[in-house]
Design a protein around this ligand. Structure first.
Ligand SMILES: Cc1cn([C@H]2C[C@H](O)[C@@H](COP(=O)(O)OP(=O)(O)OP(=O)(O)O)O2)c(=O)[nH]c1=O
Length: 203
């Protein structure tokens, strides 16, 4: 029996990304706190949080492959998550303006069979993003659109934020919330069929 694919996320972007593949899945957001003891590197942090989210949901399932994911922005050794409020979003964007930064996204897959965790895969990818100079009026306007408020680094590359992104080096979907090439590799390792059968064309 094919286990259900479950996305352990409340992120509309991750839902959209997974939907674009055409594989059936259900959405079950986790309610874990995004706090981690110590001072992990950005790569360790996104892997720990992705695992935390996937495992929290996996424990509620009997047969499933659960996907957890987490994204942060790294700039000059600082980790920037989602802005706490309007002023925080302005501060983050002032720092990103005119700079290249790294976007880290971790993915965890947890396979549950008869209510037990059988396998776990954890990995992450990094994408470099170059943000053009943004002046104070542009930053204020952009934050007032509301787009930055639920996004790591206070911008959305898939939205209005694209106006100020000069270039990226690496995977685009990794920035938007989940690297689909990485997810594909991990699902293949779990023997989960991503490429679904297509109808044969009539002769
Ligand atoms: C940098 C960047 C981030 N983001 C988003 C992706 C993630 O939804 C969010 C980072 O926050 P996360 O804490 O990774 O995820 P989330 O709280 O939105 O959802 P969940 O924990 O339930 O899975 O930032 C964009 O949409 N575009 C971007 O360009």
């Amino acid at each position: 029996m094919q286990p259900e694919l479950v996305l352990a996320s409340g992120s509309p972007r991750r839902k959209e990304l997974l939907r674009s593949l055409g594989v059936p899945f259900s959405v079950h957001p986790s309610s874990v706190t995004e706090e981690v003891p110590g001072s992990p590197s950005p790569g360790e942090l996104v892997e720990i949080l992705a695992a935390k989210k996937a495992l929290a949901v996996a424990h509620t399932k009997r047969y499933a492959v659960v996907i957890g994911s987490d994204t942060v922005v790294s700039l000059e050794g600082d980790i920037l998550g989602k802005p706490a409020n309007h002023a925080d979003a302005v501060r983050i964007l002032e720092r990103l303006s005119g700079q290249a930064h790294q976007v880290y996204t971790g993915i965890t897959l947890v396979e549950v069979n008869e209510g037990k965790v059988r396998r776990r895969l954890i990995d992450h990818r990094v994408t470099e993003v170059m943000v053009r100079n943004m002046d104070r009026a542009e930053i204020e306007w952009y934050v007032s659109t509301g787009e930055p408020m639920d996004k790591a680094g206070a911008y959305g590359l898939q939205g209005i934020g694209s106006l100020w992104v000069d270039w990226i080096d690496g995977c685009y979907t990794n920035v938007v919330g989940m690297s689909l090439p990485l997810l594909y590799d991990m699902l293949k390792k779990m023997d989960y069929p991503v490429l679904y059968p297509l109808p044969t064309p009539e002769q």
